[in-house]
Design a protein around this ligand. Structure first.
Ligand SMILES: N[C@@]1(C(=O)O)CN(C[C@@H]2CCCCN2)C[C@@H]1CCC[B-](O)(O)O
Ligand SMILES: [Mn+2]
Ligand SMILES: [Mn+2]
Ligand SMILES: [Mn+2]
Length: 304
């Protein structure tokens, strides 16, 4: 099958420089040749050239809205075109604000797609519930229709429309959720399989329940937004907001294999790899974990 790889060198959604080097770190780790080794037709589109803007609004609760808004439009265009060309899209981050554009672009091509969000964090703060103002903690609030009444005006996001229903999202791996996010998740009834559920039910049941919850007929295109910090920090130390007690590589691989097995995985984000954090060994470990997850999203199976 055909894959289109897009590098998304974005860092403005969070304060720690380095996520803009995530795409190149994954390429240097051999990602493209490993995907080709799976027999895939891989088109590496290189990195997006994200326009740089001087921020013109300084009192907005979300930081860098102009740059993140502009990048989101570019990302959406690129993801849309990739999927419309008949390729499964692989978007390499870059911080998780990349998902605003990748999910919106996916929804333009496949309006009824569902989202599996694998992350230590819920990333559904509004600018008003966020304690940090970092937009990598907000992407879903921009995209979920039911959250819109609670959002303040967001300048520079006119091109991005809410495109998801709460019922079409499921979380796996949560273990660091802010009070405002918990309120939103409970109020909207967003399906959530935190690390508690992973421990209680095991990863098999969590994946099965998550997929059934968002796509009971098993016929919808799937968007996997995978934040590398969903994995245990021992597996992904080079990331901006690590949280102990994360997914094992076995659990990460299992999620990827099961989504791949549906044959409906249409867009994959791999976010929050920051090669400037930690030492070379941390860097290598993180990149290797990211590539392993991606390989299992695209057909690599531990059973052979
Ligand atoms: N919810 C957060 C936000 O800043 O909005 C706050 N959190 C850090 C904070 C540290 C102190 C204890 C509570 N948590 C990071 C998260 C965003 C993660 C973005 B992702 O893309 O890495 O998932
Ligand atoms: Mn996270
Ligand atoms: Mn995230
Ligand atoms: Mn992060």
């Amino acid at each position: 099958s055909k894959v289109g790889v897009i590098g998304v060198p974005i860092h403005m959604g969070q304060p720690r420089p380095g996520t803009e080097h995530g795409p190149e770190a994954m390429r240097e780790g051999g990602l493209i040749s490993k995907l080709e080794g799976l027999g895939l037709d891989v088109e590496d589109q290189g990195d997006l050239f994200l326009e740089k803007h001087d921020e013109d609004i300084h009192d907005h609760p979300a930081k860098n809205v102009k740059n993140v808004g502009s990048a989101s439009s570019q990302i959406a265009d690129s993801v849309y075109n990739t999927i419309k060309s008949g390729r499964t899209c692989l978007a390499l981050g870059g911080d998780h604000s990349m998902a605003i554009g990748s999910i919106y672009g996916h929804s333009l091509a496949e309006p009824d797609h569902v989202v599996i969000w694998v992350d230590a964090h819920a990333d559904i703060n509004t600018p008003l519930t966020s304690s940090s103002g970092n937009m990598h903690g907000m992407p879903l609030s921009f995209l979920v229709k039911e959250v819109q009444p609670y959002l303040p005006d967001i300048p520079h996001f006119d091109n991005i429309k809410p495109c998801l229903s709460a019922k079409n999202i499921a979380y796996i791996g949560l273990r660091d959720v802010d009070p405002g996010e918990r309120y939103i998740i409970e109020k909207l009834g967003i399906h959530s399989f935190s690390m508690t559920e992973v421990d209680k039910f095991g990863i098999k049941d969590c994946v099965e329940k998550a997929l059934h919850a968002v796509d009971p007929e098993g016929n919808k295109p799937i968007h996997l937004s995978f934040d590398i910090d969903a994995l245990d920090p021992s597996l992904a130390p080079s990331t901006g907001t690590p949280v102990p007690g994360g997914l094992s590589i076995r659990e990460g691989n299992y999620i990827a294999e099961e989504l791949a097995a549906t044959g409906r995985l249409t867009c994959v984000d791999l976010a929050e790899v920051n090669p400037k954090l930690g030492n070379d060994r941390d860097n290598e470990t993180t990149v290797r974990s990211a590539i392993t997850i991606i390989q299992h999203c695209f057909g690599n199976r531990r059973q052979g």
